[in-house]
Design a protein. Sequence first.
Length: 87
Amino acid sequence: MRRYLIFAALVLSLLATSRCLSQEPGQLSHGNKIYITSFFDCPVYWGNKRVTILKKGTRAELISSTNKWFLVRFWSGRKYISGWIKR
């Protein structure tokens, strides 16, 4: 009985490890940088606070995304600004 439990644990750990160390690149985890350009002014949030407004025509680097939000970084004035914008 103990041998079967150890075998099952070994199989589960190998399956979990193969998923963690997959050779397939994720949606945004590859080395290429993805940029978006806004077609209209949209507010940029960090937490519950509005940080700034992403102006129309500004190019922003897409860092990550969820179902409803994009995490972007863009140059504004004299510094880079990171924040969330709605899709």
